[in-house]
Design a protein around this ligand. Structure first.
Ligand code: ZN
Length: 286
């Protein structure tokens, strides 16, 4: 095994998908379980199902009915809950704005870099606050130069292309606090910096996954051109929902194919498993 925490006997899933009900509502057998964590409750129940023999836990990021705005999502609880049921690899589909004219609505981008412009979110487990079992997380500085799993990225891109979706390989996602969309000036600034897409939920999801040694891959669906990249009145929520709705079926197909093709959890040997080499965490990961 790649590390001592993998392959928990009580595992009920080994792959996690953080996304809405559109992704699991067509599965035959779905079991709903409630999981609580030392950080509070996740966004919703976990929905357990099986795809091509792989056990998958789905978690609606915004909760059922989409009641949680991006800045109020309990990202720490979400990732902890997934790991506690055995998940070691996570796919994170999300809606983003395109910062370049060529990344129009319907573009799928699998980013390889991330810029954090969020402001108010807990983004570490290693904050010195004791857990309910009395253990205290040490100060730990997690390696995050490459925020996404290289194996997961490769798998997602291959799955998209096999379904004739010319997914963009790499690019930088800038994550903003929201819930408002960007001003035109912010959007032009993001584009001028060379960043590719803008989202509101990709962080701290990615870093918390890394802190738990989970493989994390973002599948970013462009639902609109961001304010600085288009000439109209700016992004509207109606437009985002419309484009996401139009693409949810093929995004689900790509996700399911990627789930089936991900490496066996016990054979993971990517950088994600080595995020804390040399550190004493002070706590047991779930
Ligand atoms: Zn990985």
């Amino acid at each position: 095994m790649a590390n001592g925490h993998d392959g928990a006997a009580a595992a009920t899933a080994d792959i996690g998908v953080i996304g809405g009900s559109g992704f699991y509502s067509f599965l035959d057998d779905v079991t709903e379980i409630q999981v609580s964590t030392p950080y509070g409750d996740p966004s919703d129940s976990l929905f357990l199902g099986e795809i091509a023999g792989r056990k998958v836990a789905f978690l609606p990021r915004h909760g059922r009915g989409h009641h949680l705005p991006p800045h109020r999502i309990n990202y720490r609880a979400n990732l902890w809950a997934l790991r506690s049921v055995g998940v070691r690899q996570v796919l994170g589909p999300c809606a983003v704005g395109g910062l370049r004219a060529e990344y129009g609505p319907g573009t799928l981008l699998v980013p390889d870099q991330l810029v954090d412009r969020t402001k108010s979110r807990a983004q570490t487990y290693f904050d010195g606050v004791p857990l309910p079992d009395g253990s205290v997380p040490n100060v730990v500085h997690t390696t995050f130069a490459d925020p996404y799993c290289p194996e997961g990225r490769r798998t997602a891109l291959k799955a998209a292309r096999a379904r004739d979706w010319a997914a963009v390989d790499g690019g930088t996602m800038v994550v903003v606090e929201g819930p408002r969309f960007s001003t035109r000036a912010e959007s032009r600034w993001h584009a001028a910096a060379g960043w590719s897409v803008v989202g509101m939920t990709g962080h701290p999801e990615a870093v918390l996954a890394r802190e738990l040694r989970l493989c994390y891959t973002s599948l970013s669906l462009v639902t609109d051109l961001d304010a600085g990249a288009e000439a109209g009145e700016g992004v509207s929520h109606a437009e985002v929902l419309k484009v996401f709705g139009e693409n949810v079926a093929r995004l689900r197909d790509v996700l399911f194919d990627a789930v089936a093709a991900l490496p066996a959890t016990a054979e993971r040997d990517c950088l994600c498993t080595r995020a804390h080499e040399g550190w004493d965490l002070g706590i047991e990961l779930p």
